[in-house]
Design a protein around this ligand. Structure first.
Ligand SMILES: Cc1cc2nc3c(=O)[nH]c(=O)nc-3n(C[C@H](O)[C@H](O)[C@H](O)COP(=O)(O)OP(=O)(O)OC[C@H]3O[C@@H](n4cnc5c(N)ncnc54)[C@H](O)[C@@H]3O)c2cc1C
Length: 237
């Protein structure tokens, strides 16, 4: 999996803080000339801790995500507060694209073989359909969802926080968890004040909202320690 940040709004923490301060004083452009980044981060922390998450919508991030399965992109595009552009399987010959094998399948030699044979068969039949004159757009119907794809995503910080909360939870699937962790690592370096220090909903809320399907982490001693740590500071510290 490759995750690359293609672009973002430069200096956005200061811009957000100036716009936010401007709701109570002079216009944001004059505030921007004097506001330090440190003060901007403190301001954002205070506003977010009061639950005013709208300010994080000003910060946009554009990612390129490649070498992931169509299973992952199907889950990713369920996040509607975002914009996407994905590799077309309608316009492209996918005979030779790679595929993603889940680690649990890969680690067993028997399961890895079953998986590989099934993918090879699908690829061979796909090629036969193309040779028989079927268009890519129809031949693709028989391809498995493990085939690799790439996607570009534009998402704001509020939506990313929502994604991190849902997809870094122990219940989310391994591939999208890996993606969420990589995206979070990148954006936290750029605008730390806009992202929760603790994305997991259980630690933030004090209980697991997944009910019977819970991974059980919230009943562990480790959970109590993380919860205490979280409660001590601003949520984005
Ligand atoms: C562990 C796990 C298991 C899942 N299992 C399933 C499953 O079995 N089946 C399935 O279909 N999905 C499943 N999902 C997907 C999940 O239901 C969401 O569709 C997905 O996580 C996107 O979340 P979202 O709607 O909060 O994000 P976004 O679409 O980005 O929305 C962000 C927020 O904006 C608001 N919002 C967006 N659109 C609307 C709207 N139309 N009306 C009102 N408010 C809106 C909501 O507050 C929402 O939380 C699963 C997700 C996870 C993490």
């Amino acid at each position: 999996m490759k995750v690359t940040l293609l672009g973002y709004v430069d200096d956005v923490e200061r811009i957000i803080a100036a716009c936010s301060e401007a709701t109570r004083s002079k216009p944001s452009d004059s505030l921007l000339t004097t506001l330090s980044q440190e003060d901007a981060r403190k301001h954002i922390a205070r506003v977010l801790s009061r639950g005013h998450e709208g300010i994080s919508e000003f910060a946009y991030f554009i990612f390129s995500i490649s070498d992931v399965s169509r299973v992952l992109t199907h889950q990713l595009v369920r996040h509607r507060i975002a914009s996407y552009l994905q590799m077309s399987s309608r316009e492209m010959d996918l005979s030779n694209v790679d595929f993603v094998v889940p680690p649990k399948i890969k680690e067993g030699s028997k399961t890895a073989k079953i998986f590989e044979e099934a993918v090879d068969t699908a690829r061979a039949r796909y090629k036969e359909l193309l040779t028989a004159g079927i268009k890519y757009e129809d031949a693709r119907y028989l391809l498995p969802s493990c085939i690799e794809t790439h996607i570009s995503v534009a998402m704001n910080a509020r939506s990313l926080n929502n994604l991190f909360g849902l997809r870094l939870c122990g219940r989310a699937q391994w591939e999208i968890r890996e993606l969420a962790a990589k995206m979070r690592e990148i954006v936290k370096l750029i605008t730390p004040s806009l992202f929760w220090s603790e994305p997991r909903p259980c630690v933030r809320q004090g209980f697991c909202p997944e009910g019977k399907k819970s991974c059980g982490f919230w009943k562990s001693e480790e959970f109590q320690k993380e919860r205490e740590k979280f409660k001590r500071g601003y949520p984005n510290e």
